[in-house]
Write a protein of this length. Sequence first.
Length: 117
Amino acid sequence: MIDTLRQTEEAQTVERLGNELADELASLVEREGTPDDPSLQLMAAYWELLEVENKRFLLDLKLALREGVRVFEEYEQDTIDQGGERLLEAAKKIPSVLESYYGRVFAGLQAIERQSS
């Protein structure tokens, strides 16, 4: 499921973003860009988006994982027999957390690009 998700346009765009920002920053440094350079302002908007969404992603992922940990804590050695279904449901939430992250970042990128045009 996660491999399929990572093949989407949204996921690939989001995953390329880090490298593109690093390249753009290197270019800005090389050409000795100034603080008022439009590309620096655009990069700052992307970094802010990533900071907010990365924190949200980590929180959502921790909450999903916490549900699985609670099943282990509740049933201990009997987790599979007595809590297997709940554990499976907790694990099934992880791809949707990632999908939501990609969707939010992709939408944010589009909004930033519209504003900068």
